[in-house]
Design a protein around this ligand. Structure first.
Ligand SMILES: C=CC1=C(C)c2cc3[nH]c(cc4nc(cc5[nH]c(cc1n2)c(C)c5CCC(=O)O)C(CCC(=O)O)=C4C)c(C)c3C=C
Ligand SMILES: [Fe+2]
Length: 414
């Protein structure tokens, strides 16, 4: 059962409007999602709870589409930044229920508060995940002493060919949904609410998930045609989530407990060259079979990977430079990351005439250093490097989840 959008089609205003910084629009509280349901009506299945110990969009099932936006804060007033986060939180709670952020058709002489393109669309499991970049913790907002030690710009990594216009940012919003227009609508309206306080720095659309974050999901394929997300941390792996994803109760700073760190990498695939490679080579690059997804040492997708297995020639069956060997937790001090990336294409690269397509890699971990160590290793000797380029990069601290009445980053500013 899905939820259709309702409320604010006309100018009927609710309660609890929140004004934001200079020039910003107004968020109007809308209908509660229980309003038209009776006790016997089952809860809608395409609404992901906005509230909880952790932000949604991390360990919740990965949706099919993503819009990822990075913002620079333009206001220098801390109060504006706080108001922005409050208004985004209030708007977010409406958006994930399938409600607009305000009237779509209000006063004829005023621009509509909500942009309207999601009217009639389902809630589509929209999740909104907010993060704070290292640059937010500078003198502008008096946050220098509040920066988590783990939150630093990522160091230069082997093979980086980063475009500064697709990297970094003070804030991020990851919008994931099963409908691209729902995700886009959410980001667009948050940007609109932030006018006068933030500008968009870069934005990436992802059209297909490349991970599984729940045992209820099947493994999707990336643009190289391989199943991606087989060995990922899933919502059911609670020990791995506590050990590797969520910032623990004893960790510092206290405002990050229950939060996590997001690493984003725009990884361009050299698809034309990949498509000319022999199947046998493609499988050797990953160490897995292309169609079934099983390891080269097994048959079925979820068969155990045997990194010690040798072939008749005495050579390792999974090559020493195979992606799954170099990325395996057993080869990386037992550390794990939760991957939640998406395939992207931005058409054609006019310089080369080749497709500008690849993987928008997103990982969540309780210390970005886990990603850095892993990428150092992959960047140095992964067989996949012949076919990819890392062209964008960013890191953000995602605070814990919000409770009703609370707001994103309350612990940081409170
Ligand atoms: C730094 C971390 C990683 C980057 C960057 C990365 C890029 C990347 N990966 C694929 C495709 C696959 N990756 C797979 C497994 C895998 N990858 C990483 C990490 C990074 N990948 C990890 C930790 C793992 C799991 C290793 C394990 O435990 O076995 C696989 C195999 C299937 C799976 O388990 O998901 C594929 C396929 C691409 C195309 C890519 C860059 C474009
Ligand atoms: Fe990988």
């Amino acid at each position: 059962m899905s939820v259709s959008r309702r409320g604010f089609l006309t100018g009927a205003a609710g309660v609890g409007g929140v004004a934001v910084g200079a020039g910003a629009a107004r968020v109007l509280a809308g209908n509660d999602d229980g309003e038209t349901r009776t006790a016997a009506t089952p809860p809608p299945s395409d609404v992901v709870s906005f509230y909880g110990d952790h932000q949604a969009g991390i360990a919740t099932p990965a949706q099919e589409r993503m819009v990822f936006a990075s913002f620079d804060v333009t206001t220098t007033a801390r109060a504006d930044l706080v108001e922005l986060l409050k208004s985004w939180t209030e708007a977010g709670a409406h958006l994930v229920k399938g409600s607009p952020v305000g009237a779509v058709a209000g006063h004829p002489m005023a621009p509509p508060v909500d942009t309207g393109e999601a009217e009639g669309l389902a809630a589509a499991n929209l999740t909104l995940t907010v993060g704070f970049g290292p640059s937010l913790f500078d003198r502008r907002f008096g946050l220098e002493q509040r920066r988590p030690a783990a939150l630093r710009e990522l160091p230069a990594l082997p093979g980086d060919e980063l475009d500064p216009d697709r990297s970094g940012g003070d804030l991020c919003v990851q919008a994931c949904a099963d409908d691209a227009q729902v995700a886009f609508h959410a980001v667009r309206n948050l940007l609109r609410l932030g006018r006068g306080s933030v500008v968009m720095r870069w934005c990436q659309l992802g059209f297909g998930r490349t991970s599984t974050t729940s045992r209820s999901q099947s493994t999707p394929r990336n643009l190289m045609g391989f199943k991606d997300g087989t060995n990922n941390i899933r919502a059911e792996d609670t020990a791995d989530l506590s050990g590797f994803v969520w910032v623990g109760q004893g960790s510092e700073p206290a405002w990050m407990r229950g939060g996590t760190y997001l690493v984003a990498r725009r990884i361009r695939m050299l698809i034309e060259s990949w498509d000319r490679d022999r199947l046998e080579d493609q499988e050797a690059v990953f160490g897995r079979q292309k169609v079934g997804g099983g390891p080269l040492t097994g048959t079925n997708e979820h068969d155990k990977v045997d990194l010690a297995a040798k072939g008749p020639d005495g050579m390792p069956v999974i090559a020493t430079n195979a992606h799954i060997r170099l990325a395996a937790p057993s080869e990386n001090g037992g550390r794990k990351i939760l991957r939640r990336g998406y395939s992207f294409t931005d058409g054609m690269d006019p310089l080369t005439g080749q497709l500008d397509a690849g993987l928008f890699f997103v990982s969540f971990q309780n210390d970005p250093e886990t990603f850095v160590r892993l990428q150092r290793r992959l960047g140095a000797s992964d067989a996949l490097n012949e076919y990819i380029k890392h062209v964008g990069s960013a890191v953000f601290a995602c605070p814990p989840g919000v409770r009703p009445g609370g707001w994103w980053g309350q612990g940081l500013f409170g």
